[in-house]
Design a protein around this ligand. Structure first.
Ligand SMILES: Cc1ncc(COP(=O)(O)O)c(C=O)c1O
Length: 397
């Protein structure tokens, strides 16, 4: 028995070339500077991943996953592609599936924004709904088995499908674009984790190149990553979805690599939304909720730097644009209906931007050393340890 069907290799080779040509036609994403009055000597940068052809950071992941699966022999002409996603990865994969003429099914939580669903369908994909985020995996596996298709499984393969040493990955792009800045090696890079693939790529790249940059991963409420980072219990779970689409997961994903992360911070949901809206007023650009989570983390780290009289640069990721969340995170009626009042969070964050001072009442972050010390402790529950601003206080409000 052999595995060399005539024609299959030819199709795969054409498919790879097609994806490479698409890459060749694409421009790199921008790195936008942001200055805040409360932080003289600290330069913020936003790596704007919303400008990819499919509108998010997940364009990079989808390209890598398709190439990985094609070169592994997992996708052939006519193979149905099935993916479990909170939306953005499915949008990008639908784009590549259409490019290759392959049927695409996205298994998404019912809460996925209507704008993302419309985009998946625009690219010819079909959405298959489950009630909550923790049901996507099994359902996607089942569907793929049933139709003899390929379950792409971003949560397992994200960390290995991307070449972390370079090859134009996001880390290489950031460091190259920072090259002529006053502080070219960032003190911090701040991002969230969905699969964990991007933090794995950036963390490995930093180590491979010997940079002094530290990697901070921000985690929303109702996600397990902070708890896993601190306690290393792989069985930790959270019910339902995080309040921030794209980041935070109900289980520890195989692509989440904790040892390349220097610090984790938990961000209350209302503060992610407020930071997202504040950033829109500061930049004139609307980004998604997860960018708000990043901005909140960046502000917290900047306050710490300022308190220690340090100067330097902080890079944060903007994963997608706010256009996908106009009827949710940017809609006051939606906020009210979902029990969020952003006024206190907004006032607090505005004061931080103005004064550069932040006092937090309880340590919600975990450093690698703290996490080491926490090993062997009772694992904490993934249920939100705080609500709203109760354990946070800001100076100058
Ligand atoms: C702000 C932000 N950072 C990072 C990520 C990383 O995603 P992943 O962990 O899947 O690479 C996301 C995903 O949506 C995001 O929104």
């Amino acid at each position: 028995m052999d595995n060399t069907e005539r024609g299959t290799r030819g199709w795969v080779s054409q498919a790879v070339r097609r994806i490479e040509r698409d890459f060749q036609r694409s421009a790199d994403t921008h790195l936008m500077p942001l200055e805040l009055p409360g932080f003289p000597g600290i330069a913020f940068y936003i790596k704007d991943e919303s400008t990819h052809p499919t509108g998010s950071l997940k364009h990079r992941l989808a390209r890598s996953l398709f190439l990985y699966a094609l070169c592994n022999g997992w996708i052939r002409q006519g193979t149905t592609i099935v993916e479990a996603s909170s939306g953005s990865t499915a949008v990008s994969e639908a784009y590549f599936a259409r490019m290759l003429g392959l049927p695409f099914v996205a298994v998404v939580p019912r809460s996925t924004s209507s704008a993302k669903v419309a985009l998946i369908e625009f690219y010819g994909g079909r959405c298959h709904y489950v009630e909550s985020a923790d049901q996507v995996y099994e359902e996607a596996q089942r569907l793929a088995r049933e139709c003899k298709g390929h379950y792409m499984d971003q949560f397992t393969y994200a960390e290995r499908a991307t070449d972390w040493r370079g090859n134009n990955n996001i880390a290489q792009s950031i460091f190259e674009q920072m090259g002529s800045e006053p502080h070219p090696v960032p003190a911090w890079i701040v991002l969230g984790a969905g699969t964990g693939g991007t933090s794995a790529t950036i963390g490995r790249y930093i180590r491979y190149n010997g940079h002094a940059t530290q990697l901070c991963v921000v985690d929303p409420e109702n996600s397990v990553f902070v708890d896993y980072y601190a306690g290393r219990d792989p069985g930790v779970t959270a019910a339902g979805s995080s309040g921030v689409e794209g980041i935070g997961r109900p289980r520890v994903e195989p692509s989440f690599i904790p040892d390349v992360i220097d610090r984790m911070l938990r961000v209350p949901t209302a503060y992610s939304y407020a930071a997202m809206r504040l950033l829109a007023t500061l930049t004139g650009r609307r980004f998604g909720g997860s960018t708000g989570t990043d901005f909140h983390g960046a502000l917290q780290l900047a306050c710490e730097m300022k308190a220690k009289a340090q100067t330097g640069s902080i890079v944060m990721l903007a994963c997608d644009s706010g256009e996908r969340y106009l009827d949710t995170y940017y809609d006051d009626e939606w906020m009210k209906a979902n029990g969020h009042d952003l006024r206190a969070a907004m006032a607090a964050l505005q004061a931080v931007c103005r004064t550069g001072v932040w006092v937090h009442g309880s340590a919600e972050g975990a450093s690698r050393d703290e996490a080491g010390a926490a090993k062997g402790k009772e694992p904490r529950s993934a249920a939100p340890a705080m609500n709203g601003a109760s354990s946070w206080s800001y100076a100058g409000t």
